[in-house]
Design a binder for this molecule. Structure first.
Ligand SMILES: Cc1cc2nc3c(=O)[nH]c(=O)nc-3n(C[C@H](O)[C@H](O)[C@H](O)COP(=O)(O)OP(=O)(O)OC[C@H]3O[C@@H](n4cnc5c(N)ncnc54)[C@H](O)[C@@H]3O)c2cc1C
Length: 348
């Protein structure tokens, strides 16, 4: 890496915070974040991560490296997590898929037949059985982001939206909505769904998927349960039950919908019947970014560019993929040929 290059990170979400943390020891990093207060932005997220996140409970792409990268960040920041989650099979086919997963990956999961779930977790209805995943984590995402930025020790300009970028042979000039211009050697764009607002990014093969989550009143009798993940997930917090999340590929509004809130509660109550008694408190919406043609994240120079990079498309697996991809940045930014081809943008 050249001597302390100037690098801008645009977006202080999970991708931007992981990027800033990874790059800070090697570069002069500055973060720009459009919103002035971030607390709300992350409330829809479940904060859940485990190695068998596919529908059939198969390992995710590079799952071992990815979890190790996340563990390194947790250790470095001292952020505390809850360990262990119950992944309930939500369709008949998963009965055999999950048994097979437990047989093939005993280091990650153990199989609980329906009667074993009843014995261990009498409040949970699991007619097709479940996987107990001790390595599953419940991560306080907002705390992790704040902590990564604090440990990176880099300036974070909040309330500064970056509208555009001009790249020359030697540098990149960022134009901000406040009229200011900033010059850097490299820029890592990590704007999440903000990608739709810039024509160069909006042309890329990306898609937003709306996700709604709700808070319900907590029920003391469920307080000891681990997170339950089925076709919806439930996290049993001290102040509220968090139920998420919907997966809406087409949407015209980013407002939460009362019908969706009701449906989330009904779905959660199917797996944990006592949840039918909880009262609605609040609903939140977030938008995941996916690559519909290639279900893997993006870490790549923009097409026809060298100094402007995109870090995005983390889908529903931000906690799994963001730490891993960010850990590659100090090397690949200067040697993009070292990037795994799966995460590169190849066409506009
Ligand atoms: C309902 C829901 C539940 C989820 N649950 C989980 C889960 O349990 N586990 C998991 O691993 N993942 C989960 N995810 C996915 C995870 O939230 C995402 O993968 C992750 O948040 C993506 O991080 P990001 O940094 O790419 O984008 P974001 O978190 O959206 O951050 C982007 C940031 O960039 C800022 N920004 C945008 N444009 C600009 C600009 N032009 N200038 C300056 N700043 C800008 C935005 O204000 C924002 O703060 C969930 C997502 C949703 C929607």
């Amino acid at each position: 890496m050249q001597a302390s290059p100037r690098i801008a990170v645009v977006g202080a979400g999970l991708a931007g915070a992981c990027a800033a943390f990874a790059l800070a020891p090697y570069a002069t990093v500055t973060v720009f974040e459009a919103s002035s207060s971030q607390a709300e932005a992350f409330r829809a997220q479940g904060g859940l991560v485990h190695p068998l996140m596919t529908r059939r409970a198969r390992p995710n792409w590079r799952h071992e490296e990815a979890l190790q990268a996340l563990e390194r960040l947790l250790e470095a920041t001292g952020v505390r997590v809850q360990r262990g989650l119950l992944r309930v099979a939500f369709e008949a086919r998963q009965y055999t898929d999950f048994q097979e997963a437990a047989r093939r990956y005993p280091q990650w999961a153990s199989w609980l037949a329906p009667e074993a779930v009843r014995d261990h977790f009498p409040q949970v209805h699991a007619p097709y059985g479940a996987l107990w995943i001790p390595s599953g984590l419940l991560v306080p995402v907002a705390t992790l982001i704040q902590s990564l930025l604090a440990h990176a020790g880099v300036p974070v300009h909040r309330g500064v939206e970056i509208l555009d970028w001009q790249e020359t042979a030697t540098e990149v000039v960022l134009q901000a909505a406040n009229g200011a211009a900033y010059t850097f050697d490299y820029v890592v764009l990590a704007p999440g769904y903000g990608y739709v607002r810039h024509p160069e990014l909006a042309r890329l093969p990306l898609q937003g998927v709306k996700g709604q989550a709700i808070a319900l009143s907590s029920l003391p009798e469920l307080g000891h349960l681990p997170p339950v993940v089925a076709n919806v997930h439930v996290v049993f917090g001290p102040d509220h039950l968090h139920v998420g999340s919907s997966y809406e590929l087409t949407f015209s509004s980013l407002a939460p919908s009362p019908a969706q809130s009701l449906q989330l509660q009904e779905q959660a109550a199917y797996w944990v019947p006592a949840i039918a008694r909880a009262t609605f408190k609040e609903a939140w919406v977030g938008v995941r970014v996916i690559r519909p043609l290639q279900p893997l994240p993006v870490l790549s120079p923009l097409p026809s560019r060298r100094r402007v990079w995109l870090f995005s498309a983390l889908g529903s697996r931000g906690l799994l993929f963001a730490p891993l991809l960010a850990s590659w940045l100090p090397k690949v930014l200067f040697e993009p040929e070292r990037l795994p081809p799966e995460v590169r943008l190849t066409r506009a």
